[in-house]
Design a protein around this ligand. Structure first.
Ligand code: ADP
Length: 375
């Protein structure tokens, strides 16, 4: 009988696990939030991932439960574990991807390099952090943020007054030093429950308006030292937090060549889409292998350079369909991945991967193909 993976969450990350799972002969089912989601092409149930009974019923027919996002509440995760269901990543690891304050505290215990930070519960706490950090800081809601929502650069406490005012009793905000980074990097690592770890090359990520726009793999101008340090950070976090499946560590690189951990994702991540076409084993296949505790695949790149350009929905909402054939005709050497999502402005609806021996032409080709969709 085939191995069976159940994915909670029906977005594009779940969707992109389906093809490699099918190729491996692994059955996939998806618990989608609503009908018509990106991953609906796998056998889907529709239900509320915050409801333990719904998730338990979904999990009955699979060998392992994994995720397309990190929002499944701890009580639901624990109910699965208590029912004897294999959950990867498990609740004890996932809590550090669910709550940025818990993550900062745990990474400090592990001795990981990170921005100066504090937990604050009132304006006085924020003011003293501002005073100690040159009058500017980054305030973050610990939970529920994505694509820059829940992140605010402030120089006065007034600018965070709404968030401070909305705090429940005992709740706190995360405040961080405003890092003057030269670029953002991401380190991905896969880890099996039985301990094997596989490390991908560190990549450069470029964000626009808080959303990942482009990724270059490996990160240009990354010497052996940078690669080693990033790989060490990824491995230490995967092992220290007991992560199973794919882990992405978002990093800031500073002018004096330090790497600081920004945040963690415990699932396939936008920074790893390049590996679908650019590495021997793509991150989606690797995640499926890891959560099933199967031997991990080779993470080596297939070419000197790979790049990934996100396709965001533009004003011309039908552009994906209307321009699809033209893009394929004009750019036969790239791979176009689309998510079956309605292209609302700013929404990630697909990406283009390209790879080769010359970085400039790889980036040019991928950008040109992605740009077709956007105006
Ligand atoms: P999200 O969870 O919404 O992705 P992040 O914590 O990754 O939020 O922050 C989003 C972006 O904000 C980062 O990619 C980075 O560009 C910027 N940012 C976050 N924290 C800091 C910081 N301490 N210093 C400078 N820029 C930051």
């Amino acid at each position: 009988m085939s191995l069976r993976v159940g994915i909670v969450g029906g977005g594009q990350l779940a969707r992109m696990m389906i093809a490699p799972a099918v190729e491996l002969g692994v059955e996939v089912s998806v618990l989608a939030e609503q009908p018509g989601m990106a991953a609906e092409l796998a056998a889907s149930a529709v239900g509320d991932y915050r409801d333990a009974a719904t998730v338990l019923a979904f999990a009955k027919n699979v060998d392992v439960v994994t995720f397309d996002h990190e929002h499944v509440p701890q009580e639901v995760l624990r109910a699965l574990v208590d029912a004897g269901i294999a959950v990867h990543p498990g609740p004890d690891a996932l809590r550090f991807a669910q709550d940025k304050l818990e993550m900062r505290a745990r990474l400090a215990e592990l001795g990981m390099p990170q921005p100066d930070w504090a937990a604050i519960s009132d304006a006085a706490g924020l003011q003293s952090f501002l005073d100690a950090h040159g009058g500017r800081a980054v305030v973050k809601t610990p939970r529920g943020g994505y694509d820059g929502k829940g992140v605010r650069v402030v120089s006065t406490t007034d600018e965070a007054a709404d968030w401070i005012g909305a705090l429940d009793d005992g709740a706190q905000l995360l405040v961080e030093e405003l890092v003057d980074f030269t670029r953002e990097l991401a380190q991905q690592v896969a880890r099996r429950p039985s301990g094997e770890v596989a490390v991908y090359p560190v990549v450069e990520t470029v964000q626009r308006d808080g959303v990942c726009a482009e990724v270059i793999a490996p990160a240009p101008h990354a010497g052996a030292r940078l690669g080693r340090v990033a790989a060490g950070i990824g491995t230490t976090i995967a092992e220290g937090l007991g992560v199973t499946g794919m882990l992405a560590v978002e990093l800031f690189e500073t002018a004096d060549e330090r790497l600081l951990v920004n945040e963690l994702a415990m699932r396939p991540h936008n920074s790893g889409h390049w590996s679908q076409d650019g590495a021997v084993t793509g991150q989606f296949e690797q995640h499926v292998r890891a959560v099933l505790d199967l031997p991990l695949g080779d993470t080596a790149p297939r070419a000197a350079w790979a790049t990934m350009i996100n396709i965001l929905g533009g004003p011309a909402t039908d552009s994906l369909q209307s321009r699809f054939a033209a893009v394929l005709a004009e750019h036969p050497s790239v791979k176009v991945h689309t998510y079956g999502k309605a292209p609302r402005p700013g929404r990630k609806v697909g990406h283009v991967n390209a790879w080769g021996e010359d970085l400039d032409s790889v980036v040019y080709e991928a950008r040109a193909a992605a740009a077709f969709f956007e105006d």
